[in-house]
Design a protein around this ligand. Structure first.
Ligand SMILES: Cc1cc2nc3c(=O)[nH]c(=O)nc-3n(C[C@H](O)[C@H](O)[C@H](O)COP(=O)(O)O)c2cc1C
Length: 200
């Protein structure tokens, strides 16, 4: 056995952004619970920065958090096949020219200033898993990640590399929060490579 003390250096910096909204139909609880699980899972071995959009934010501070982050994880409910309006507004104001992208010569989309950073989307849907991946059903064979193309393209435009995304389904009609929470923790272990997250 080695006598060498375990390293105390955090594996990386992760920015976790919670894009829930508290309304009469969607109360934000599923997303709050998954966000809390991600913070708990990653905190022991990573520097974790957080933003809860609903609580308000300072644009300059958010830009600074993105610059510090190696990885950005969004936790949000899908509203009309997109992100909630507050998350869209956050992106419209925080993703600024000169910080997130600029207009370089060369092919369209090559001006991202967030290169080297990774992004992961963790979303909740009322749509059941069976509604995806089959050309005969509602999403016409698309996967959840394919439906979220505009969110993913926005990040690709800014230079982010995508990690495998994560989604929970049937969260209104037939929710199983403990199972979804456990799946998210497993997903984080896989994505961050076992040693980088707290043991399950
Ligand atoms: C305005 C609105 C639009 C929604 N649109 C969709 C949708 O397009 N697809 C879907 O699967 N679920 C949709 N839902 C269901 C939400 O995704 C679901 O209520 C949410 O994920 C629950 O998470 P929460 O408990 O954290 O609020 C919608 C809900 C609201 C309030």
């Amino acid at each position: 056995m080695s006598n060498k003390p375990a390293s105390t250096k955090p594996a990386s910096t992760v920015l976790l952004i919670l894009g829930k909204e508290t309304g009469p139909f969607a109360r934000g609880q599923y997303n709050q619970g998954l966000f809390d699980a991600a913070v708990e899972t990653l905190s022991p071995n990573h520097t974790v920065l957080t933003t809860v959009i609903e609580d308000g934010y300072d644009i300059a501070e958010e830009i600074d958090k993105f610059k510090q982050a190696d990885t950005v994880i969004y936790q949000y409910p899908v509203f009309w096949f997109m992100m909630p309006a507050s998350l869209k507004e956050y992106m419209d104001t925080v993703f600024q020219y000169g910080a997130f992208f600029d207009f370089k010569d060369g092919p369209y989309g090559g001006g991202g200033l967030m290169t080297g950073r990774k992004v992961m989307l963790s979303t909740t849907w009322n749509a059941p898993a069976e509604a995806f991946g089959d050309p005969a059903v509602f999403f016409g064979g698309q996967t959840p990640s394919e439906v979220l193309a505009p969110m993913r393209k926005a990040h690709a435009y800014c230079g982010f590399i995508e990690l495998p995304h994560f989604s929970c389904h049937d969260v209104v009609k037939a929710p199983d929060f403990p199972a979804d929470r456990a799946r998210l923790v497993r997903h984080l272990h896989e994505v961050f490579g076992g040693a980088g997250v707290q043991a399950a």
